[in-house]
Design a protein around this ligand. Structure first.
Ligand code: OMP
Length: 241
């Protein structure tokens, strides 16, 4: 058993480079990593992603989902950015995941420096009803565990899931996979479009390796203070696993 700290990723969802830089600067030394996703990347381009990613640990969240050749080639094109974490959709299937992992291994001699490949399971904005609407007659919990098993077996280093599924995933897959958990809302904050939410402390208690928090930080009057409050909440949870 080892002491394990849940780390905080701030999602810098904006189309403005200046805004992202301002947040990244204010949060430097408070959060453990920053996340740049579709909005920032499409609006500002990969050079801007690289510039911000050179300053702090980077989670590059582009959620690739296409045929195996297209996804693995797309990942290869992103490797000069050297993110710490990258996302693809588990729904792309086992071959897409295994080819993606092989591409990343091929691009990095040093496995320590290789970006960790995360498979997104069921988006935290979805509940059982939204799964039914797309023809999946399962609970989010069952669907996440099913996709999670497949994705880890195929070569993903970790999974993106909600905090509600952490215990079941640990039971099914053990401590190895990195579990990255969005849908985090400090008590009393606006849930926005998130459906499967928990507080930072609850997610840490459940065993999240990383939590991802966007609007509760970026829409706060003082983003640095909001992020520090979340870190304090995480650090108050001591757990061993
Ligand atoms: O892959 C992700 O990071 C992700 C997966 C998921 O299931 N749910 C989810 O919210 N996210 C991302 O996590 C961030 C959550 O942002 P907030 O809802 O503002 O805290 C966003 O940048 C989402 O793109």
């Amino acid at each position: 058993m080892s002491a394990h700290r849940t780390r905080l990723i701030a999602a810098l969802d904006t189309a403005s480079y200046d805004q992202a830089l301002q947040w990244a600067t204010a949060l430097d030394g408070i959060v453990d990593a920053i996340k740049l996703g579709l909005e920032f990347t499409y609006a500002c381009g990969l050079d801007a992603v690289k510039a911000l990613g050179n300053r702090q640990d980077l989670f590059l969240d582009l959620k690739l989902h296409d045929i195996p050749n297209t996804v693995s080639s797309g990942l290869r094109a992103l490797t000069p950015i050297k993110p710490r974490l990258m996302t693809i959709h588990a729904l792309g299937g086992a071959e897409m995941i295994s080819r993606s992992r092989a591409t990343l291994e091929d691009a990095f001699d040093n496995d320590e420096k290789r970006p960790k490949l995360l498979a997104v399971t069921v988006l935290t904005s979805m509940n059982e009803q939204s799964l039914n609407e797309i023809g999946i007659n399962a609970t989010p919990l069952d669907e996440v565990v099913r996709l999670g098993r497949m994705a880890i077996r195929a070569g993903a280093d970790g999974l993106v899931c909600s905090a509600h599924e952490i215990t079941a995933l640990r039971d099914a897959l053990g401590d190895g996979p990195e579990l990255v958990v969005p849908g985090i809302r400090p008590a009393g904050s606006n849930t926005d479009d998130q459906k499967r939410i928990m507080t930072p402390a609850q997610a840490a208690q459940a065993g999240a390796d990383w939590i991802v928090v966007g609007r509760p930080i970026t829409r706060a009057d003082d983003p640095a203070a909001a992020a520090q409050a979340i870190q304090n909440e995480l650090q108050a949870v001591t757990r061993c696993r």
